[in-house]
Structure formats: C-alpha cells, structure tokens
Design a protein around this ligand. Structure first.
Ligand code: GTQ
Ligand code: FE2
Length: 347
C-alpha cells in the first residue's frame, strides 16, 4: 500500500506514532500477510567457467585460505544485495582451496553442505575424520561439529557451500568457535563413518545423539549409479525427472534438519512440466546442458553453473543432453512446520 493516498490527518497521526515506536498495521497489513509468497529474491544464473572461475582463481593470488579463514566468493542474490544470501533463508558461496593450503578448524551453529565442483582429492575433516572429495560428492558439516579443509593434491579444488546462516541469524542463535589447531587431530581413519553408518547397518547399540546424519559424505559415484539405474528401469516423473533426496540413514529425514538436498537425472531431450514450490532452491549443474525457464527468464546451463529459483516461482527444465542437477533448499524446515506447498501445473 502506498502512502500517496494517506489523508493528511491520518499522516499527521502516523508521524506522531513513529517517534513512540508505534506504527499502524492497517497501512502495512497486505505487505505483511500476503496472499502468496512475494520473495525479494530474484531468479539468477552464475556462469561458472566464463565468469565465476576466473574471479575465483584471481582471489587465489590475493589471499590465502588461512588468511581468509575461508576463501569464498559469496553467491549473492541480486534481489538481496549486501545480505550474503542466495535465497531469503540460505547462504551459498564458492570456496577454493589450493594445493598445500589448510582452511583452519572451527565450529559453529550454522549447518553447512559442500557440493564439489572441481578438483580431486582435497579433504574436509569433520569431528576428527577426513573425507576425500571428488566432483559431485555431497558432504555435510552438521551444527557445532569441528571442521577444517585441506588440499594435499596438486590442483585447486572448488566446491559450492550451502549454509543456513540467514535462518540462524533470524533466530539469533549464532555461536562460533575457532580451534587452537589449524588441522584437527585425526581420530578416525578415512572411511570409518561410511562403514559404520552408511551401509544400511549401524552398530548394534548405537543411538543417534544429534539430529544430523552420522554419514558425512554422499559420494557421486553412488548417487549417479543409482540415478542411472532408475532411469533404465522406469519413466521419469513429469515434473522432476528421476529425482532423489539425500537422507540421514538413521531417520530417513534430511541429512541436516535445516537443509534438504536432492539430485535429479533428466534424460536427453526431456522437458519437465511447469512446477512451483515454496522452497527457494539452488541448483548446481553436474552433467549435461539444457535450460531452465523461470517465468520469462531463460537460464542456459552447462556443467558447473549454478542458478537459483526463488520460492513460488513457476519453472521447468529442458535437458538438451542427459543432465544431472544437484539442488538444495530449506524444504525440511517448511515440512516440519507444516508449511511446505507445491503446485503442479499442466504444460
Ligand atoms: O567452510 O567452514 O562458505 O564456516 C561459510 C562459512 C564456508 C566453512 C562458508 C563457513 C564455511
Ligand atoms: Fe565452517
């Protein structure tokens, strides 16, 4: 509602309310309680090879991972300038770690996910256990877990970071702590948690102590094989293609309580039907080329590109060649609160 139509005697009243920290709801009601979501976020597409990667590499000559603590270029939504957000509820950034570098250990209440974009063999250590990372791997650092990153390979590694920082800030529950050692002492060998919790078996008397997955890494080889098998065995869903969600094997819920993650295979030539949902979603292209149409915006994507579809924006995908799309959103939060909605439109 605009102020242009406000009668002078009302405006004079409002002007006296302001200094007393009062405001008339009736002037604001329809902007607050909207009929449908009105996300301030815009659809946006980041071209990795041509735009983001050159800047990322340039940053490598300007600051070390240790100096930066984390060498990350924030993917900032143009509708949320200066707010370090890709959607209203989520942070995303691209992190680079060069050969020989260490990003020092710390822990914090925000949850983080990593989705590996390029490079081979760098590691993230979570609670004393290293995970070796490869492109397409999905790795989590749950709330208040110690984590550091290191690169003992001979090439740069870049991954997409997704964090729930805006939610944590909104709730005023942000805590963080640096470690006194850059790298954590290794307390478990590589491969321990996948063996212990990630083989559809768990130790006989084990009970989950946290709300997050005890498995820190979801390797691409396994996700990809699964999707390829499904694509041979049945038809794609008209709205999603062949789409799976990552789970916490202890609960069947999302790997971390605040962020859901997904991977979809779209057969070459396949076009999804128009769809919208209330969870603004960040996509990372793993394989294939195609386009995503969001309203009247068209994103032509290729491997390593990232794009965002805000809440309640109707969109559909067209895969030119067989494509694999990773995505993440705040859907588990909306689900647990009974708020998540979707709409399946007909083409
Ligand atoms: O790698 O620990 O992009 O703590 C933002 C905050 C990455 C990390 C980010 C973090 C990290
Ligand atoms: Fe962190």
């Amino acid at each position: 509602m605009t102020d242009q139509t406000v009668a002078p005697e009302r405006q004079a009243f409002y002007d006296r309310l302001g200094p007393r920290n009062l405001a008339p709801l009736w002037e604001r009601l329809h902007a607050l309680v909207t009929r449908t979501p009105t996300s301030p976020a815009s659809p946006y597409h980041w071209n990795y090879d041509d735009v983001v990667r050159p800047f990322m590499m340039e940053s490598g000559g300007l600051i070390t991972a240790k100096e930066a603590e984390r060498r990350v270029l924030i993917l900032e939504n143009p509708g949320l300038a200066g707010q370090s957000r890709i959607t209203n509820s989520l942070f995303a950034g691209l992190q680079m770690i060069l050969p020989g570098e260490v990003a020092p250990a710390h822990r914090h209440t925000p949850s983080a996910l990593r989705f590996i974009i390029e490079g081979h063999g760098a590691y993230t250590a979570v609670e004393g256990e290293r995970t070796i990372m490869e492109p397409g791997d999905f790795v989590i650092t749950p709330p208040w877990t110690w984590h550091d990153h290191g690169n003992e390979s001979d090439q740069a590694m870049v991954w997409l970071d997704g964090l729930d920082v805006p939610m944590i800030k909104m709730l005023d529950v942000s805590f963080a702590e640096p470690s006194n050692a850059d790298s954590q002492t290794i307390s478990r060998p590589v491969g321990d948690s996948p063996a212990r919790y990630g083989s559809n078996m768990v130790p006989v008397d084990w009970k989950p102590e946290t709300k997050s997955s005890p498995v820190f890494s979801y390797p691409y080889v396994r996700s990809r094989d699964t999707l390829v098998t499904l694509s041979r065995n049945g038809d794609p869903d008209p709205y999603h293609g062949h789409k799976l969600r990552y789970i916490n094997p202890a609960t069947g819920g999302s790997p971390m309580p605040t962020i859901g993650a997904f991977m979809a295979l779209l057969p070459g030539g396949f076009e999804t039907a128009p769809y919208r949902s209330t969870d603004g979603t960040i996509y990372s292209v793993v394989e294939g080329t195609g386009e995503t149409i969001v309203g009247d915006t068209v994103f032509r994507w290729k491997p390593r590109d990232i794009f965002v579809v805000p809440s309640w924006h109707t969109h559909h995908h067209r895969a030119a060649s067989e494509a694999v799309l990773f995505s993440f959103s705040d859907r588990p939060v909306q689900d647990v609160l009974g708020l998540w909605r979707e709409e399946r439109l007909h083409a």
